[in-house]
Structures are given as structure tokens and as C-alpha cells.
Design a protein around this ligand. Structure first.
Ligand SMILES: *Cc1c(COP(=O)(O)O)cnc(C)c1O
Length: 443
């Protein structure tokens, strides 16, 4: 059994995270429950920050909030000295509401609406990562309306393909994101930007994919991006001061996933930047990165209660939990794999192989296939590991299932940071036009 961060099995044979016995958490907060190991989140942030400090480069580590964006997480990101990426008005609103410093917020996205751009302009965010020509002109016009000049990075597609799942790789040429480097579009985009009076171009951005376990792709991206910066300096006389290498640092979900220590990615990027700049006699830029999954992914655990089971002799045994694709759509979306333990009997010997089904009306609503567990009984608690990233963030109300609560645990203390949704939340935005209304059934 692989345990992440502060997770351990206590004397009662119960899973404990952040000094909290999860069977107590289940009693106090109910299930399903997202449990976040706050010390592990902070530790991951510190790994990136201290690795960068040792490189001597100027840097920003921007937490890609889309992985898990709630106000408490924004506070932790700020306390750890990180900047913050947002990709929508909702994420921006969350960050601002949490008091995150606007000048450390970077706004991403391939289709920012005028409303979103205006909201970000009004908040005086630090930087827009511009994705396409429409946005360049729109942003310039809206900034001009407000008499502002805004910092921009241009997102470029460097043509580096990370070894990862097709659906989450974005660095290759055929991508909905960014200005293509190889065919000259990125160059034209810089020219265009330099002609727009209300935009101040700091540099370029590239994001080559997600859940990447090797440094080679990042090195190649640095080389392409830095070579581009050199070309821009030569041909357009503009010297970029920021290179943003994006996120995508892999984590261990299951046996066989071999993530590198975070400092190894940082050093590979820093070394490549230093060497290309030295060769080209280019002033060292500030280096930005944008980890999401690697900050919060392995710090999250989802706790479920086992309900029913279905044994098909000679075929398979299903057990069903009180959540599923509504709180974790990744297995259905990406065929993602997870590990899990019986959290209330974690020391019991493994006796059966079961497949874990969710409770949604979809045959595809399966969380884990072929999991070794002790003999499972209704009422047992199942803890699924590594659910900190892209789980709560991607949760839905399919089947009108209420989204679970989220607790941060640390040093034996559990703090609710997102309440479980109520039935009123479920119907809260529903409206009944007069012609569909019924007399109240009871008073
Ligand atoms: C999703 C994304 C990230 C974060 O990716 P992780 O795999 O979670 O580290 C960073 N930058 C951009 C532009 C992204 O789209």
C-alpha cells in the first residue's frame, strides 16, 4: 500500500491523514468527502519554490488553480508565495474573493469573453496570457477604453509533443491553443502585439501537456521558446523578459507512475534557459512555471461509504460507493487509474478482487477496476487516493447528486473549506414559470 504525505495507518487499523482518523471525519462530515492533506500541498509548493531559489533565477511559480480552485486553496497558494493562474471569471472571482493579490494573477484561456477581460482589467491583474489574434485586438481595445496598458504573454504552441494521454496534450501543432511557432504565426503575433499601444508584451508562454514524467519535453520547449526570443530580439528589436514554461509535472497515481522530484524539473528548465541565454548572449529572463496537479494531486483523498455489491460468479464482483463520476469524472474521461484502501480496516488481509462502481446511471461510471481489498461489507469506508487535482474542480451535479464537502486536515485538525451541497443548492437556480406552478401541496 502506497501512502502519500502524512497518510498512515493508525493503531486501530484506520487510515489517518493530517493526524485525523478518517472514520471520525466520515462521522463528522459525512461521505463522500474530499480530504486534503494541507501539509503535503504546502510541501509541494515549497519544493518548487526552494528549487527555484537555488537556481538564482528570478521566477514565479503560478499555481494552476483550475486543478482545484476554492478560496482556502487560494489562501494557501498565497501564503506559500505562489502566483495564480485562472482561466475563467469564476476562478478569477474566487481568487479575488479570497484576497489573492491581483498583481500575481495570470489570466489564461482560449476564449476569454469581453466580460471576463473587463473584470480582470478592473481588478488590475498581473498578466494576460493571450491565446489568439481575436483576443489581442479585443484586449487592446478594452484596455484602451479603460486607459490602461496591460502586461501580456503570448501563448505559443512550440510543437513539442509530451508523452501523455492524447486528450491532455497541448504542445503539438494540431491544438486549439496558442499561436503556432513552426508556421510563423507566433512571429506575426508578436509583431501585431508590438503595434498595439495598450499591450505590453513581457514574453511568451508554452504548456506542453500534463502528467509528464520526463524532463526532455521541457528542455525542448525551452530551446524552442528561447530561440524564438532570440529571433524576436534580432528581427524586431524587442527583448522578452519572461519565459513561461507552463505546468504538467507528473504525479504518482498508481504503481508504475514514476514522477521525478519536482526540483529535477525546475533544474532542467533552469539549466536549459541559462545555457541557451549564455550561448545567445541573451539577458536571463524571469522564468515562470504553472504547476497544478503536482501541487494538489496526491494531497487529495476521497472517502466513500460502500453500499451495495453485485457478484457475477466467474465474471466479476462490483461494489458500489456513494459517489462516482460526479465527484471524479477522470476514469470515465481519461481512463485514469486510482489506488484505494478500505479505510476502516486498512490492516485486514486482502481477500477479494472487486471493481468499484459509482452510483450514477451510466455503465461507464466506474472508479476502479480490479482492486484488491479485504472482504468488503456494506458500510465500509473506501479511500481513493490522489484525488486532489481535477476532481472537485470537475465535479458535476449529474443525476442531481450533491457535490461533496471538502476538508483540509493538518496536525489533527479538520477544517471544512467547502460545505456539502444542500438540496436547496440543487434546486436553487430552478424557476417555475407561473403556467407550470402548482398550488402548494402543504402549508
Ligand atoms: C492545465 C494547465 C496547467 C496545469 O497543468 P498540470 O498538469 O495540472 O500541472 C498549466 N498551464 C496551463 C496553460 C494549463 O492549461
Amino acid at each position: 500500500m502506497y501512502l502519500h504525505g502524512t497518510s498512515k495507518i493508525n493503531a486501530k487499523g484506520h487510515l489517518e491523514i493530517g493526524g485525523c482518523d478518517v472514520t471520525d471525519l466520515a462521522k463528522e462530515f459525512g461521505t463522500p468527502l474530499y480530504i486534503v492533506d494541507e501539509a503535503l500541498v504546502r510541501g509541494r509548493a515549497q519544493e518548487f519554490m526552494s528549487a527555484f531559489r537555488q537556481t538564482g533565477l528570478r521566477f514565479q511559480v503560478a499555481y494552476a488553480s483550475k486543478a482545484f480552485c476554492v478560496m482556502a486553496m487560494c489562501r494557501v497558494a498565497e501564503e506559500e508565495g505562489m502566483s495564480l493562474d485562472v482561466v475563467s471569471d469564476g476562478e478569477l472571482y474566487t481568487a479575488l474573493k479570497a484576497g489573492f493579490p491581483a498583481d500575481r494573477i495570470h489570466f489564461h484561456g482560449n476564449n476569454k469573453t469581453p466580460e471576463e477581460i473587463n473584470m480582470a482589467l478592473d481588478a488590475n491583474i498581473g498578466c494576460f496570457v493571450v491565446d489568439n489574434f481575436n483576443e489581442l485586438h479585443l484586449l487592446n481595445a478594452l484596455a484602451a477604453d479603460k486607459g490602461k496598458t496591460v502586461n501580456v504573454l503570448l501563448r505559443i504552441t512550440p510543437g513539442v509533443e509530451a508523452h501523455t494521454h492524447d486528450y491532455i496534450s497541448t504542445g503539438q501543432q494540431d491544438s486549439k491553443f496558442g499561436f503556432d511557432l513552426g508556421n510563423g504565426t507566433a512571429f506575426r503575433a508578436v509583431e501585431t502585439t508590438l503595434g498595439l499601444a495598450n499591450l505590453n508584451i513581457l514574453g511568451v508562454h508554452s504548456h506542453i501537456g500534463s502528467q509528464i514524467f520526463e524532463v526532455e519535453g521541457f528542455r525542448m520547449a525551452v530551446e524552442k521558446v528561447a530561440a524564438f526570443a532570440v529571433e524576436i530580439r534580432e528581427k524586431l528589436g524587442r527583448t522578452f523578459t519572461v519565459l513561461n514554461l507552463g505546468g504538467g509535472y507528473g504525479i504518482r497515481y498508481v504503481e508504475g507512475d514514476k514522477p521525478l522530484p519536482l526540483g529535477v524539473y525546475v533544474n532542467a528548465i533552469a539549466d536549459a534557459v541559462k545555457s541557451v541565454c549564455a550561448d545567445a548572449n541573451f539577458p536571463l529572463p524571469e522564468v515562470w512555471i504553472e504547476p497544478g496537479r503536482s501541487i494538489v494531486g496526491d494531497a487529495g483523498t476521497t472517502l466513500y461509504t460502500v453500499g451495495t455489491s453485485k457478484d457475477i460468479p466467474g465474471v466479476r464482483k462490483y461494489i458500489a460507493v456513494d459517489g462516482g463520476m460526479t465527484d471524479n469524472p477522470r476514469p470515465a474521461l481519461y481512463e485514469s487509474k486510482y489506488e484505494a484502501v478500505l479505510a476502516n480496516r486498512a490492516n485486514d488481509s486482502l481477500e477479494e478482487v472487486v471493481s468499484v462502481a459509482g452510483k450514477c446511471c451510466e455503465s461507464g461510471d466506474m472508479l476502479i477496476w480490479d482492486l484488491n481489498l479485504p472482504k468488503v461489507e456494506s458500510g465500509d469506508l473506501l479511500a481513493v487516493f490522489c484525488t486532489g487535482a481535477y476532481n472537485y474542480a470537475m465535479a458535476s451535479n449529474y443525476n442531481r447528486i450533491r457535490r461533496p464537502a471538502v476538508v483540509f486536515v493538518k496536525d489533527g485538525q479538520a477544517d471544512l473549506v467547502v460545505a456539502r451541497e444542500s438540496y436547496d443548492n440543487i434546486v436553487g437556480n430552478d424557476l417555475l414559470p407561473a403556467r407550470l406552478r402548482k398550488e402548494p401541496v402543504s402549508k
